[in-house]
Design a protein around this ligand. Structure first.
Ligand SMILES: Nc1ncnc2c1ncn2[C@@H]1O[C@H](COP(=O)(O)OP(=O)(O)OP(=O)(O)O)[C@@H](O)[C@H]1O
Length: 352
């Protein structure tokens, strides 16, 4: 469990400290106060660019622009991650420099943010990212395999753009891509099975989603890449493989594709999936970040969400503009009010 987090020169926070007591944490305050910035800080305790996919320099407080730092304590580890201006972010675990990917072994950080409300109707890339984050929560090594695939594909794309025709240049790269693709396919399949199991028979107020993967690419990717080089050369890039896969969801009860569901139904599907993801990770150190999750829900659904959150074996952080949004959570939650002060965001623990 995440016990403690300190933000230094991070976005609107000059210095902020949060001590988690294990109850779901409700963060409330007016628009622009710095609530999402707190969730973003927690999201950076996992590999990658966090929930806004920001560049490192965007994270440092503009007033001083001296870099940023986050310090966190879990039950078992001390994590520090920081960056100086113009430099990539660094990670230290228990005082020793570590690769970002090592963070995936400590906390499984999952999130739902308002930008994902359009996930089912926008392009496949966002859905693929959503899928791969779920997969990474089950198989932390998935991040490495995906990176290896992307790196080999970028090199192959460069050869294609340069109109290199000699097959010997391609062979090793295509074999690497095919090997990584096999692992990506297997990891994704495992994740979908685990999500389906977590939804089966669970008493939830949120609709079950049947997930399928489309356009995964051929089983024998090495042979397909070898055969389709002229086509890819004409396009200037690789046209098949796991980087083109698309995640689709069916609102099971209505047998309707997610993209044809109402805005509220689409949101409910996402909540259902993220709760299933957290349930499927029982036993791991799971942190669930729900940004403005209560806003679209009627009061009955909101109460149901809080009941489910309290029953989860996961640490949950939520934001909302007003404390009244968390009325039905009551004393089961921990509360932090965020306001905008002359020195940037101010955080203060309050009671319900
Ligand atoms: N690098 C930065 N330096 C200083 N302030 C920043 C930086 N990046 C963002 N901010 C400020 O942080 C605030 C936004 O914070 P955040 O997104 O956490 O708000 P919020 O409380 O979640 O608001 P809302 O309820 O509108 O979603 C804005 O005032 C923005 O100007």
């Amino acid at each position: 469990m995440l016990r403690d987090l300190t933000l230094l020169q991070f976005r609107s926070h000059r210095r902020a400290q949060v001590a988690f007591d294990g109850r779901p944490l409700a963060i409330f305050g007016p628009n622009g106060a710095g609530k999402t910035n707190l969730l973003e800080a927690v999201s950076l305790l996992s590999p990658g660019r966090g929930l806004r996919r920001a560049q490192s320099d965007e994270l440092m407080r503009r007033a001083e622009a001296v870099g940023w730092k986050l310090r966190a304590t879990t039950d078992a580890h001390e994590i520090e991650t920081s960056a100086l201006p113009g430099e990539p972010r660094r990670v230290e675990i228990d005082g020793k420099s570590a690769p970002q990917i090592a963070l995936a072994q400590i906390l499984r950080v999952l999130w739902l943010i308002p930008a994902m409300d359009r996930l089912w109707i926008e392009g496949a890339e966002g859905r693929r990212r959503f899928l791969d984050r779920m997969v990474m929560s089950f198989v932390p090594r998935h991040a490495e395999v995906t990176l290896a695939y992307d790196k080999a594909m970028r090199e192959r794309n460069r050869l294609l753009k340069d109109m290199v025709r000699d097959p010997t240049w391609y062979h090793a790269l295509e074999v690497q891509m095919a090997e990584a693709a096999g692992a990506i396919r297997a990891n994704r399949a495992e994740a979908l099975i685990r999500i389906a199991h977590a939804q089966d028979g669970s008493a939830t107020a949120f609709p079950a989603a049947t997930l399928t993967l489309e356009n995964e690419g051929p089983e024998d990717l090495a042979a397909a890449l070898d055969a389709n080089r002229p086509r890819d050369m004409a396009a200037g890039r690789t046209l098949e493989g796991p980087h083109r896969a698309d995640l689709q969801a069916i609102y099971a009860e209505k047998d309707a594709p997610a993209a044809q569901c109402s805005t509220g139904e689409q949101k409910a599907l996402l909540i259902s999936l993220i709760l299933a993801n957290a349930r499927a990770l029982r036993g791991e150190d799971v942190v669930l970040l729900l940004d403005e999750v209560a806003a679209h829900l009627d009061s009955a659904r909101r109460a149901a969400l809080y009941d489910e959150i309290c029953a989860l074996d996961a640490q949950v952080l939520m934001t909302g503009t007003g404390a009244e949004l968390f009325d039905s959570l009551g004393a089961r939650g921990q509360y932090i009010e965020v306001t905008e002060g002359p020195e940037g965001s101010q955080t203060q623990e309050t009671s319900p």
